[in-house]
Design a protein around this ligand. Sequence first.
Ligand SMILES: [Ca+2]
Length: 81
Amino acid sequence: MTSCQFKYYRHFNILRTSTNRLYYVFAAYIDEDPGDTDKAIADLKYVTNYNGFLEVFDYHDIDGDGKENKDDAYPYDPLAQ
Ligand SMILES: [Ca+2]
């Protein structure tokens, strides 16, 4: 007997990449009768999905205006410094 009542699976599909972004769809599935081995997605119950992107950026200059956050009076506004 296992202590887990359900087993939750996350499936990450990369849709597209650019020079600074990675676009994805993230899907979730559940196994309502888990055993000791993982199951194929086709044997799981679909729960939900959502999409989004991850972006690479310079965290020293969050708004990208060329002025570092520590010296920027408006670090979230690229039109003001
Ligand atoms: Ca800045």
